[in-house]
Design a protein around this ligand. Structure first.
Ligand code: PLP
Length: 398
């Protein structure tokens, strides 16, 4: 065989989101982009904060350019890691040392590195449905097996009893993503406490730590003053996989980090395993320029009100048309019950109205679709008659 069959399968079968995104480009060329209501991709529509371009300009006009564009240490520039560690200490009250921070090319890299660092062949990794589809790829590529815990009906909070039943002696880690893609749910403090209680009990029962991987690219994108519990404060064996892709609208710049909890048993060895995993995956180092940019813009924020306004319009209109929606407390996705059992068939019907939304079967929940509302407000306004007509087709009165 000339190639690795698993890799061929991954490359030749695009994710459902990418598939729709490609369709959107073709359709836009045919009928004009303003007539295609594309809600498929989580690409932030809010501009990065002004501080970003200012920091880039300042960095490019001052200082040592070879250093700026050169390799950094594999784990990231020491000063940059120091700034991030200080910020974590300040915001979350954790005494975070710089030498437990590892700079990465975004959350995807943070997750693949962490999973590679801790998983051995046959280990299990529990995720909460609905979950980011790439978890399956990341876990399996690290030699692990993905185990799915079902959510509670309607609220899509984690179902702690179901979660507990999924843990076995082979469980190596769980991944918790809050605010959640695709549901927009923020796991409550009480849910987090219960999950951590189970983790502590099961770790003791099986005689080995079960790691908690907090996937947090949407931490800052929350509405109505909702608080997102910081998981290191609830559980010692926590890795925080962070990214600036969504929080600062920088998904193409590929910058994020892994923070290993200083309270983790044997934290230094796990950090070295992280370094080894980054090395084995060939990441070399995170982008130098953007490491420096990030160090200069701690505290900068995107305008979350733009997303909140989008959420409010979409949620109130769709509910009025007869759709059943989960109210998102964070991220920029609306999770909506399809108007027929088969979410893929429903999305095909939506396409007839030029509405591009994503079926959530691959996210581990059937019968639901995801609407990414990180788009300009005008697109939502223009799309509403199409959502209304689609609902009417299914006999909803509005
Ligand atoms: N985790 C979740 C839940 C996501 O939604 C995404 C991207 O959409 C990622 C990880 C990957 O983010 P990044 O672009 O920082 O690699």
């Amino acid at each position: 065989m000339q190639y690795n069959e698993k890799m061929f399968a991954l490359g030749s079968r695009r994710s459902v989101i990418r598939e729709i995104f490609e369709y959107s480009k073709r359709r836009s060329a045919e009928i004009g982009a303003q007539n295609v209501f594309d809600f498929s991709l989580g690409n932030p529509s809010v501009e990065p904060p002004k501080e970003i371009s200012q920091a880039i300009c300042d960095l490019l006009s001052e200082g040592d350019q070879t250093l700026l564009h050169g390799y950094t240490s594999a784990q990231g520039d020491a000063k940059v890691r120091g700034v991030i560690a200080q910020e974590i200490t300040k915001r979350h009250g954790i005494d975070m040392p710089a030498d437990l921070i590892y700079m990465t090319c975004g959350a995807a890299a943070s997750l693949t590195i962490t999973l590679r660092a801790i998983c051995n062949e046959g280990d299990e990794c529990v995720v909460f449905a609905p979950f980011f589809t790439e978890y399956r790829v990341f876990v399996e590529n690290a030699g692990g097996t993905l185990v799915i815990s079902k959510p509670q009906d309607k609220t899509f909070q984690a179902d702690v009893a179901d979660f507990e039943s999924r843990i076995t002696e082979r469980t190596k880690a769980i991944i918790l993503n809050s605010p959640n893609n695709p549901s927009g749910v923020v796991y409550s403090e009480e849910t987090v406490r219960q999950i951590c209680r189970v983790l502590k009990e099961k770790s003791a029962q099986y005689g080995h730590p079960i790691y908690l991987i907090a996937d947090e690219p949407y931490r800052e994108l929350v509405y109505d003053g909702i608080d997102v519990p910081y998981l290191m404060n609830h559980y010692e064996n926590t890795f925080v996989c962070y990214s600036y892709s969504k929080s600062l609208s920088l998904p193409g710049e590929r910058i994020g980090y892994i923070a290993v909890s200083p309270k983790m048993e044997d934290a230094k060895s796990l950090y070295l395993a992280i370094c080894g995993a980054g090395r084995s995956l060939g990441y070399v180092c995170a982008p130098s320029l953007f490491q420096q940019v990030i160090a200069r813009v701690q505290g900068a924020k995107v305008d979350v009100n733009v997303y909140r306004k989008n959420r409010d319009l979409l949620l109130s209109a769709l509910t009025a048309y007869g759709y059943e929606c989960v109210k998102p407390d964070g991220a920029f996705y609306l999770f909506v019950k399809a108007l027929e059992e088969d979410a893929t068939a429903f999305c095909e019907r939506a396409k007839q109205h030029e509405l591009l939304v994503v079926p959530c079967d691959d996210f581990g929940v059937t019968g639901y679709v995801r609407i990414a509302y990180c788009v300009d407000y005008g697109r939502i306004e223009r799309a509403l008659p199409a959502f209304s007509a689609l609902a009417k087709e299914y006999g909803k009165q509005n």
